[in-house]
Design a protein around this ligand. Structure first.
Ligand SMILES: CSCCC(=O)C(=O)COP(=O)(O)O
Ligand SMILES: [Mg+2]
Length: 240
């Protein structure tokens, strides 16, 4: 029996294009002005939350503003799931979400399933994404259905979510131990957890930990060559 459903974000509940064409460009547009605020080489200053994150990048990259900019831009361009980058992105995206510039388009079947599972089916819904916990909460705070126009009023889905996991509090998403850790943290056996993701390596790691899992295929996702589990293209296909 499935009691806990753990959802990936990008490519599973929202299109990859939202992350690549909206979130990443927004971050890169804000980055130069953000870096301009500081003197280089960066020195410790625990009172400044942004500087505290920047200081977590490798020390040789924080020697000059341009070196740091080049380093961060390369991480974004190559979609590196770097936990320091993800922390910084969460902080910068907050402005865009709160100002109303950014709203996350979620697949309608994902929105509907999150409501049904948590309010009518006595299941708990969790998020596990490479995006930081702060970025996950923001994304779910400003949601529109992908079928609605961009001007549609935003919905806050955070009340449907029982917990958030990222690479800081759970570990890398392609590592089996991360899924064992999540099961332990939510006081569940892995067998009662269902993990849904577009990434076959993540699905393989969840299965290895004893969870149930499916590969989610959405428009614009990378083709899945060798699948460790069955594929679904909408959450309506799940009988829970
Ligand atoms: C939730 S933050 C925006 C997405 C992001 O930066 C990311 O890396 C998403 O990766 P996922 O693990 O959800 O595929
Ligand atoms: Mg994904």
């Amino acid at each position: 029996m499935v009691s806990n459903i753990i959802l990936d974000i990008e490519g599973t509940i929202c299109p990859i294009s939202f992350v690549k064409d909206v979130l990443f460009p927004y971050f890169l547009r804000q980055l130069p002005a953000l870096l301009d605020q500081y003197q280089y080489p960066l020195l410790e200053d625990s009172s400044d939350p942004i500087k505290t994150i920047l200081l977590k990048f490798p020390q040789d990259k924080t020697a000059t503003r341009d070196l740091l900019h080049t380093h961060i831009k390369a991480l974004v361009d190559n979609d590196v799931k770097d936990s320091v980058l993800k922390e910084l992105q969460g902080l910068i995206w907050a402005k865009g979400y709160h100002e109303g510039t950014i709203k996350a388009p979620l697949y309608q079947d994902a929105i509907q399933a999150m409501y049904t599972w948590s309010t009518h089916k006595d299941k708990k819904v969790y998020i596990y994404s490479s995006g930081s916990v702060q970025a996950q909460k923001l994304l779910l705070q400003y949601v529109r259905s992908i079928n609605e126009p961009e001007s549609a009023p935003g919905k806050d889905l955070n009340e449907l979510v029982s917990g958030y996991f990222d690479t800081n509090n759970a570990g890398p998403k392609i590592q089996t131990s991360s899924y064992s850790k999540i099961a332990e943290k939510i006081n569940s056996s892995p067998e009662e957890c269902l993990f849904l993701s577009d990434n076959p390596k993540e699905v393989a790691a969840a299965l290895e930990a004893g969870m149930q899992s499916y590969i989610v295929v959405r428009p614009g996702n990378a083709p899945v060559e060798s699948a460790p589990a069955a594929k679904i293209s909408t959450f309506d296909q799940l009988e829970l």
